[in-house]
Design a protein around this ligand. Structure first.
Ligand SMILES: [Cu+2]
Length: 190
């Protein structure tokens, strides 16, 4: 991965986008001064050209049946997706799994909003075990439920969670070499 070609990361357009600097090309982090990331649920992922075929995107998703828990979230938890391509470290909030102090706590029965902000130039499909993440894509009561939510470079993804499953659950990037490199946490529901 060290010699990875980033050329396919430069065609992405999003609010406040800046061209990669030599430094950001090396670290894999977005260039300094990039505007607050927004959601881009209407865009396909990296390397998918919608002019070649019909592409389904996150704004197309809706649930088959409404999820019964319609409570508004009682709190928000925002996680930064971070990394250093040069050292091949991937992390949440700048800390790889071996550096964090204990699990992320959800209170059993609470309803919360989980937000991922992708500070890197790579996509990260984030997988929460044990509970659904409801993608806030504007589908109303048919809000779609997912176990894995992909965050594009510079994107902000928000989801609602009903913490209905007591126990300790894996929470990680589903690119398994990112998980191995540190993008992993434990979510404890108690
Ligand atoms: Cu990843």
């Amino acid at each position: 991965m060290q010699g990875m070609d980033h050329s396919n990361m430069q065609g992405m357009d999003y609010p406040g986008k800046k061209e990669p600097t030599p430094e950001s090309r090396t670290t894999g982090l977005l260039p300094a001064g990039t505007a607050q990331p927004g959601s881009r649920y209407d865009q396909p992922g990296i390397g998918i050209d919608p002019s070649e075929r019909r592409v389904l995107v996150y704004s197309d998703l809706k649930a088959y049946t409404p999820w019964p828990d319609r409570r508004p979230p009682g709190r928000e938890l925002e996680l930064q997706l971070t990394g250093n391509m040069e050292r091949y470290i991937w992390s949440f909030d700048g800390k790889k799994f071996s550096e964090v102090n204990g699990p992320i706590h959800f209170e059993h029965g609470e309803r919360l909003r989980l937000i991922f902000v992708n500070n890197t130039m790579m996509e990260h499909p984030i997988h929460l075990h044990g509970m659904w993440m409801e993608l806030e894509n504007g589908a109303g009561e048919l809000i779609p439920r997912k176990h894995t939510l992909n965050a594009k470079p510079g994107e902000r993804v928000s989801a609602l969670v009903s913490a209905d499953a007591p126990g300790s659950w894996a929470f990680h990037c589903h690119l398994l070499y990112h998980m191995d490199a540190g993008m992993f946490r434990v979510v404890k529901v108690a």
